[in-house]
Design a protein around this ligand. Structure first.
Ligand SMILES: [Zn+2]
Length: 177
């Protein structure tokens, strides 16, 4: 059993003297977390494809058992996952028409790298939601996409595209080009 952490993904700090059922280390974290969770679009929140995740980014169920991105019995509704105090944040399981481009290490001196700007602009699918990754060094671009095999582009860049069988550790920190 991992030690309980603040459920606001940007904090993830230890819970000092946690009350039973408490999810956040402070009221500040609670307010910030609720703000970012509200940013997910209905297209995502309406689906029962949500999990919790540990600090080490393993997906877990709302009751703390290992979750699988290929076993829908381990997923939950957005509200159930959001209210859960398990782990260090939320995850969204790709599939059912929603895929994601995962851009890693795409910032240089606080600015989105040119290759990433070009790649994001060139995304052919309809974009559903874009957010900063937990490290703030990456971007997730959720798109409307049929399920299919994943793709990695690693010619000096770091882009992965998945449409099924994967989950994304989400932050809700909206990102705009
Ligand atoms: Zn906190």
């Amino acid at each position: 059993m991992e030690k309980k952490r603040c459920a606001y993904s940007e904090c993830g700090g230890p819970m000092n003297l946690p009350r039973a059922g408490a999810r956040f280390c402070s009221s500040k974290c609670r307010v910030y977390a609720h703000r970012s969770e509200k940013r997910f679009p209905a297209e995502m929140t309406a689906r029962e494809r949500w999990v919790r995740r540990t600090e080490s980014k393993r997906p877990v169920t709302v009751s703390g058992r290992p979750a699988s991105s290929t076993d829908s019995r381990t997923w939950a509704s957005f509200e159930t996952a959001r209210k859960s105090s398990v782990g260090a944040g939320m995850g969204f399981v790709l599939g059912g028409g929603i895929g994601c481009y995962d851009f890693d290490h795409c910032f240089e001196n606080g600015h989105l790298a040119d290759w990433a700007v070009e790649a994001i602009r060139a995304i052919p699918e309809r974009v559903i939601f874009s957010e900063l990754s937990q490290s703030s060094d990456g971007v997730h671009v959720f798109v409307e996409a049929a399920e299919g095999p994943g793709r990695k582009i690693r010619d000096g860049r770091n882009i992965e595209r998945y449409t099924a069988g994967r989950y994304i550790a989400v932050t809700g920190r909206r990102f705009k080009l």
